[in-house]
Design a protein around this ligand. Sequence first.
Ligand code: ATP
Ligand code: MG
Length: 604
Amino acid sequence: MSAQATVAPWLVDYDATVAAFDWDRAWDDLGGRPDAEHGVNIADLALDRHVRAGRGDHVAIRWIGRDPADVEAPVDLTYSMLASRTHRFACALRNNGFGPGTGVATLTGRIPDLYVTALGTLKGQGTFTPLFSAFGPDPIAQRLQLGHIKVLVTTPTLYRRKVAGIVDRLPDLELVLVCGATEDQTAGSTNGRRGGPRVLSFGAFLCDGTKTFEIGYTDPETPALLHFTSGTTGTPKGAIHVHGAVVTHHLTGRLVLDLHPDDVFWCTADPGWVTGTSYGIIAPLTNGVTSIVDEADFDAERWYRILERDAVDVFYTAPTAIRMLQRLGPELAAAHDFGALRLLASVGEPLDAEAVRWCERVFQVPVLDTWWQTETGGIMIANYRSEPVRAGSMGRPLPGIEVGLLARTPDGDLVTDDRGAPIEITDPDISGELALRAGWPSMFRGYLDQQDRYDAAFVDGWYRSGDLARRDADGYFWFVGRGDDVIKTAGHLIGPFEVESALDEHPAVAETGVIGKPDETAGTIVKAFVVLGHDQVPSDDLRRELLGHARSRLGAAVAPREIEFVDSLPHTRSGKIMRRLLKARELGEDEGDTSALETPAWAT
Ligand code: ATP
Ligand code: MG
């Protein structure tokens, strides 16, 4: 296919791409829209398609083990290697009686077997669920039960510490595959209940399969992924995604992340949450790039080394990580050459303007903010490389996506007209609930076992995101806050992000979390929890200075009335500030579901 005929070209002109966009044509680059004869299987498009096209020897994943010494000895897995291993996995599943629809979960760190399991499961038309390896036994049990998981892939240590003790609570679990274990280690495993799951070594299981698995016809509506949300605002929800979502993954990989086949791409997210799957597995592979997978957790020095050594072209990370790099200062970065880096993007939380400017100084490229959710399956709003970046803005809708703002009452209900239909805000700079016109390919198809909740997320053809935003006169969206976090004080509606951004601009501040605190006279006041930079000492003078700084930026009505210095803020495992926990702690209330908390109670 010639470059002109390619239907998902790289974006060079936003307005022209939006005007010419057509979802049907977006499939062309993946071999055409699926129909009754030609199905669509994510794993086939991610791996085998490249092998068939003669790119089997290209490196698909460059894996870097956890140890510091591993940084200098990465392991390269080619498209061919992954294609044949995933064939074996799919074949072994089938040979062991696990047909289409089987729920397969991973509880491992970022190791190659995780990627083989994910794509092998998809080949066999099972449903893949990645779990954070840092979860404790209860959140693991909760998610495995909810997902009716039959096959679990884990490591010897995680099996011993977290799984062996919960198998009694998992009647659906039939098979546990232990990575890196010898058969001897697994042969004697007891699993606590008679007739409980078989425990096998992952390697031995693969030998049950041959390399000649044939992927069956896969309807685009076949469930592929079951992802649990981050749990920032409550109990995590299980969002179901289908194989047809791949067209959004692929397209956003091109239009937003600007992936070209010879690129080295690094998405730092763990596959335990949706970014690590959509952009840590699927989009880079369908686009044929080399993806960096680092097993270790955040370490600034190590990250800088990898970005330089592997000449990473495109880097997708989270605002929390950027803030951590910022906190450590620009000197660490100055020793490295990031000359290859063409695009830097972030997702998961609001990205303040100061972070954008900092990255521009340190990496010589701005950070492109992107907005999306577990439910949307892929990037929906973004800044684009070819367009002017508005620091602090989430950017503009993905071509093919219609974004609306629905008017809300101060109590958070939608304002409706006489027909009961929501009212769309069309004037600039007025905040409303961010909504997406339902029906894009990677839209979630259900919340597991929560049909009512799913139905309630849609109104009059719109999917309600639960986030608040405003749109400026040029069509750029600005994040205001999550609907639940918005603060009502003295007749104003305040988004915590606005206040956090102003405080984050102060050089002494590393990170801020803002909540509304009930107050006898004012009803609610704005309170900020502030983490200071590494060389800063809390004092009353500094508190006064920060209050003054916020007042001069925001005005007295919006600026915080109270500032409390804290050593750290509660984050989810995916790096988001859990404001509901700050609030519960402030008010001495029950903390609710904390299974997604970064340092879960069970670990301390
Ligand atoms: P839960 O739904 O369980 O409370 P969660 O909403 O944090 O958890 P995710 O689906 O992982 O789970 O996160 C999506 C949310 O993250 C968005 O709804 C939004 O609130 C926030 N988010 C993502 N990207 C951005 C961004 N660029 N700017 C601001 N917020 C963002
Ligand atoms: Mg959410």
